[in-house]
Design a protein around this ligand. Structure first.
Ligand code: HEC
Ligand code: HEC
Ligand code: HEC
Ligand code: HEC
Length: 134
């Protein structure tokens, strides 16, 4: 093959292989998420920058440690299913039965695992290791 054509062919192949992967990654598991929910009556702490992809891929956990849809007390959410924002079910301002209000749900989710992980790199005591200063 001519040198230039070969090069173009390589670029084409590269794009064909890589692009779908990139698009998939951005719709399925975003790399980082700035958690900054609107709707709290009093928004006392700054937003939280969350390393979503590292959590999903590098920290030895699975999607359903955080994402759930309960049916008869059982989590039926599976990877590939749509993901709703936590606040679609957890109200920012009040708990409703066993559906805790949003800040409790987040703190319970994040901190329980951090405490149990035994990793010094998993913060659960210092507020500003998660929250940005307002
Ligand atoms: C492991 C991470 C983490 C730590 C540590 C943490 N938080 Fe949070 N907190 C969150 C997340 C995530 C939210 C949800 C933010 C949102 O919805 O915008 C949140 C929400 C809140 C909210 C409700 C939203 C607001 O800004 O008013 C308050 C209040 C709060 N945290 C207080 C604290 C205090 C006080 C501490 C320290 C004792 C603390 N948090 C430590 C992760 C953390
Ligand atoms: C350690 C907790 C955790 C893990 C593990 C996790 N996620 Fe998430 N994910 C979150 C949080 C928190 C949000 C933001 C929710 C919100 O803003 O209310 C989120 C948001 C999302 C979104 C929506 C993004 C958007 O921009 O609307 C998708 C899609 C998603 N996650 C897919 C996945 C998939 C797929 C996996 C496994 C490969 C996964 N998550 C693993 C906590 C997690
Ligand atoms: C589709 C609705 C829905 C969404 C979206 C949702 N939750 Fe929940 N969540 C529930 C329900 C319902 C329960 C109560 C389950 C039970 O105890 O039967 C629950 C329970 C929890 C619990 C357990 C509380 C406990 O007592 O142990 C935590 C923590 C939690 N959710 C955090 C989150 C976080 C963080 C997100 C976003 C990443 C989220 N939830 C998204 C419906 C939802
Ligand atoms: C199922 C377990 C689990 C859950 C749930 C979880 N984390 Fe973590 N997180 C970890 C582990 C493990 C580490 C430490 C990784 C290491 O040792 O390098 C960590 C590290 C971190 C760090 C410091 C390193 C970094 O990547 O920024 C932050 C900040 C953090 N988590 C925020 C959060 C927030 C916010 C939530 C809730 C929305 C959350 N985590 C939920 C397991 C978890």
């Amino acid at each position: 093959m001519h040198q230039k054509k070969k090069h173009l062919f390589r670029i084409g192949l590269f794009a064909a292989l890589l692009l779908p992967a990139l698009i998939l990654a951005s719709t399925e598991a975003p790399e980082t998420i700035l958690i900054n929910t609107e709707g709290y009556k009093s928004d006392r702490k700054g937003p939280v920058l969350f390393t979503h992809q590292a959590h999903a891929e590098d920290y030895g956990t699975t999607c359903d440690a955080c994402h759930h849809v309960y049916e008869n007390g059982k989590n039926v959410w599976e990877e590939g299913d749509a993901v709703s924002k936590c606040k679609e079910c957890h109200d920012p301002n009040e708990s409703k039965g066993n559906i805790k209000k949003l800040s409790i749900a987040f703190h319970k989710n994040c901190m329980t695992c951090h405490r149990e992980s035994g990793s010094d790199a998993a913060p659960y005591k210092k507020c500003y290791s998660c929250h940005k200063k307002n």
